[in-house]
Ligand binder design. Structure first.
Ligand code: FMN
Length: 187
């Protein structure tokens, strides 16, 4: 990798003991040198209100700036009712407005969905991709990351237990690093 790439990681759960947050925190270890992951927190964001477009609340401005300043975005999300959790959609909407001034535009992206269930948040993963098409985020296609069995995934220290999952995450983050290089906007 030619230069350091800063990745804003958006976690789709604000639950204290969130499996998705654990995974987001574990991912740096599986990333190639030069990829720097930072969680862009969404728990303190207000509900998006179009009335505020001309004068958005400070937490929304700060979140949007984090996305703008990042070289790439990585979503790590659970599935709620076969879709994306409302808190995540709210954060996406906040950084997308006002119309014509979206922070997501052209940012290389990737999606990991993680669930205790067997289908690994497939529905959330693909609903999220639907929004990312509109927001013009070029999203990594392969490998796809639908990770099931979340409650068995971590050890006491938050490390990923299974060697095959570790190997998959290494492969995923390496593919994402290549994707960022291929799609990063020229600065
Ligand atoms: C409102 C709600 C809806 C949910 N719907 C789904 C679902 O559609 N599919 C699924 O696999 N799990 C579903 N779950 C279970 C979540 O995957 C589980 O709570 C998971 O631990 C959430 O991720 P987190 O640990 O990162 O907070 C749902 C949970 C909640 C609270």
């Amino acid at each position: 990798m030619a230069q350091t790439r800063n990745v804003a990681v958006v976690v789709g759960s604000i639950r204290r003991d969130s499996f998705n947050r654990k995974l987001a925190l574990a991912l740096q270890k599986f990333s190639p040198d030069g990829l720097k992951l930072n969680i862009a927190e969404i728990g303190g964001l207000p509900l998006y209100n179009q009335d505020d477009d001309a004068n958005p609340p400070a937490p929304s401005v700060a979140f949007k700036k984090q996305i703008q300043d990042a070289d790439a975005v990585l979503f790590v999300t659970p599935e709620y009712n076969r879709s994306v959790p409302g808190v995540l959609k709210n954060a996406i909407d906040i950084a997308s407005r006002p119309y014509g001034h979206s922070a997501w535009n052209g940012k290389p992206g990737a999606v990991i969905s993680l669930s205790p269930g067997a289908i690994g948040g497939f529905g959330a993963n693909h609903h999220l991709r639907q929004s990312l098409v509109f927001l013009d985020v070029p999203v990594l296609q392969q490998p796809e990351a639908y990770i099931g069995g979340a409650s068995e995934l971590f050890d006491e220290a938050g490390g990923v237990k299974k060697p095959e999952t570790q190997e998959f995450l290494r492969k995923f983050m390496s593919a994402f690093a290549g994707w960022i290089e291929a799609h990063a906007p020229r600065k």
